[in-house]
Design a protein around this ligand. Structure first.
Ligand code: SF4
Length: 219
């Protein structure tokens, strides 16, 4: 029996400026995979829940490698819902690309190629999906990885601060990101709290929402 071709359902592939994380500001190819099993209250990529095209894994690899850009990010939706996201990341690493993955934190990150930088959310209470955090992921985090908290209130901030302390996240990974929910909280509030509490986290804004219209796709 010939082997079944490996496929991925892809929402979009595009080049832009990385808008978040410690990689913000750099040119980056985004591979947005279709589907997510969470429904965060602030989700800005609902179009990736269902829209997408089934494509051959090799075709996706070829398309990304044809773009002259050293940085690639897998995002979604939730990229880890598709098992072929794993060989895609490995192939891109093998080809010398720096690979990032944005994941909700609700799925096992341990099978991801060790060369990949994992940017993992810990979902705050305000997301409505806090119960989905897979805490066993924390022991797999390395100094190449980042943990992101998306914060919409003082309650979210205090919860995030507790997690940072409880799991020593600032020393466990490359950086801890505190990011405001766009339009729900004034960024300066979070900045003031971080300064007051002397937290060694990295405050961030979603840069792409200031460069382009906040709901613009493909940027
Ligand atoms: S995990 Fe990401 S893609 Fe999924 S609902 Fe939450 S914000 Fe949206």
């Amino acid at each position: 029996m010939p082997e079944k071709p490996q496929r991925l359902t892809v929402n979009e592939i595009y080049t832009s400026i990385q808008g978040e994380s410690s990689w913000a500001g750099l040119r980056c190819v985004f591979v947005r995979l279709t589907a997510c099993d969470l429904r965060c209250t602030y989700c800005d990529t609902e179009y990736a829940f269902y829209e997408g095209k089934k494509r051959l894994l090799q075709e996706v690899i070829d398309e990304v490698l044809a773009i002259d850009c050293p940085l690639v990010e897998l995002t979604g939706g939730e990229p880890l819902l598709q098992k072929n996201a794993l060989p895609l990341m490995t192939a891109l690493c093998d080809a010398g690309r720096t690979v990032l993955i944005e994941t909700s934190g609700a799925h096992d990150i341990s099978k991801i190629d060790a060369r990949v930088h994992r940017i993992m959310d810990l979902k705050t209470p305000g997301s409505g999906e806090c119960a989905r955090n897979l805490y066993s992921n924390i022991e797999h985090l390395t100094l190449g990885d980042e943990v992101k908290f998306v914060i919409g209130s003082r309650e979210d901030y205090e919860w995030s601060r507790e997690q940072v302390e409880k799991f020593s996240l600032c020393t466990r990974c490359r950086t801890v990101l505190f990011s405001p929910i766009f339009g729900r909280i004034q960024p300066v509030e979070i900045v003031d709290w971080i300064l007051e509490d002397k937290l060694d986290v990295r405050f961030q804004l979603q840069m792409h929402k200031f460069i382009w219209e906040p709901m613009e796709r493909g940027v």
